[in-house]
Design a protein around this ligand. Structure first.
Ligand SMILES: C[S@@+](CC[C@H](N)C(=O)[O-])C[C@H]1O[C@@H](n2cnc3c(N)ncnc32)[C@H](O)[C@@H]1O
Length: 318
């Protein structure tokens, strides 16, 4: 992917997300100094480059593939920083810099990390770095927790009633196999989140499946798994996008068969992600519920099917 075409309102929403933007601002202020050459991958309006210049960077290269680069150039000039920041309108995967960067900064984070296709892009950008260069973020953790989130996934039942006098229930199977974004109140979670993967930005993202097991602490209806990420931007600077934190990402919901569990029951969950062409992520999730010390009594298997072939969620009582 070379950056999706987005109108200015996409960038306004990013800037309006103060949790996100302030976390990067503070991490950049703590990490960048006067000897630094910074490369900002996926610069958008240039906000992270402006922060780097304000932090005293000697030079900043702002790389943006879409036409918002033209606006970034004007914003940089309007703020009197065109002596420090050079906007490069091009694809970060092929861009070259006149000098190696000592800091790479990128807000490359999609919903549940994956969806913006930036992982491959960032891996290819290590070639732009001087030995020992810092990367912001340094690492990103993926967390999952089971929850009672059905009311937050109204989209699931949207297909069962006729729409404009026509039946659309053919879509129900696809809906049960899709993922949803919502702001999940912490009380909806059945357990705290567990980390299922860590992406160190100096290394490739570890491949799935990513597995979690929980012993459920209380009687509760479980109907989804909730995923989010925590980005470690710099020492002592963390961006947590979990339930209860309001960011534009919210959390990612993976629908599950509605299951009334009792305290002590166990749940296993495995999530796999496959990056297809264009780096689009398709998720596949499976697992089971079991009584304490018993074998699984319900197994489930679901997965996004972006080609809309006939496919239904597999929920098996065993
Ligand atoms: C999530 S936005 C972040 C924008 C800005 N850095 C900020 O924090 O507000 C990611 C940006 O990366 C750009 N992008 C995605 N893939 C790219 C690529 N291969 N090369 C350059 N820019 C890319 C997108 O067009 C988008 O503007």
């Amino acid at each position: 992917m070379s950056g999706h075409l987005a109108g200015i309102d996409y960038h306004r929403r990013l800037l309006a997300d103060e949790v996100r933007t302030n976390a990067f601002r503070e991490a950049i202020a703590a990490s960048v100094g006067p000897d630094d050459v910074v490369v900002d991958i996926g610069a958008g309006t240039g906000i992270l480059s402006l922060f780097a210049a304000r932090a005293g960077a000697r030079k900043v290269y702002a790389v943006e593939s879409t036409a918002v680069a033209h606006l970034a150039r004007r914003i940089v000039a309007d703020n009197g920083l065109d002596g420090t920041i050079t906007v490069l309108h091009g694809d970060a995967r092929t861009v070259t810099l006149p000098e190696p960067a000592t800091v790479l900064v990128s807000e490359c984070l999609g919903n549940f990390l994956m969806s913006d296709g930036m992982i491959g892009t960032l891996e290819s950008c290590r070639r732009l770095l001087a030995p020992g260069a810092r990367i912001i973020p340094t690492a990103v953790d993926l967390l999952l927790a089971p929850g009672s989130v059905g009311p937050l996934m109204g989209q699931l039942s949207a297909w069962t009633d006729p729409l404009y006098g026509f039946r659309f229930d053919a879509c129900t199977g696809s809906a049960e196999n899709d993922i949803y974004q919502a702001h999940v109140p912490p009380a909806c979670l059945a357990t705290p989140g567990v980390r299922v993967a860590r992406w160190e930005l100096t290394h490739p993202l570890p491949g799935g499946p990513w597995a979690a097991q929980w012993t459920l602490p209380e009687d509760k209806l479980i109907d989804g798994a909730v995923g989010w990420f925590v980005a470690h931007l710099a020492p002592d600077h963390t961006l947590d996008t979990g339930p209860g934190v309001t960011t534009h990402w919210g959390q990612t919901l993976f629908p599950l068969p509605q299951t009334q569990v009792d305290a002590g029951d166990r749940m296993r969950f495995e999530l796999d992600v496959k990056l297809g062409h264009d780096d689009l992520a398709a998720y596949h999730w499976s697992g089971s519920f079991s009584a304490p010390d018993g074998p699984p009594c319900l197994e489930f298997e679901r997965g996004q099917d972006l080609r809309f072939t006939p496919w239904n969620a597999v929920d098996r009582s065993v």
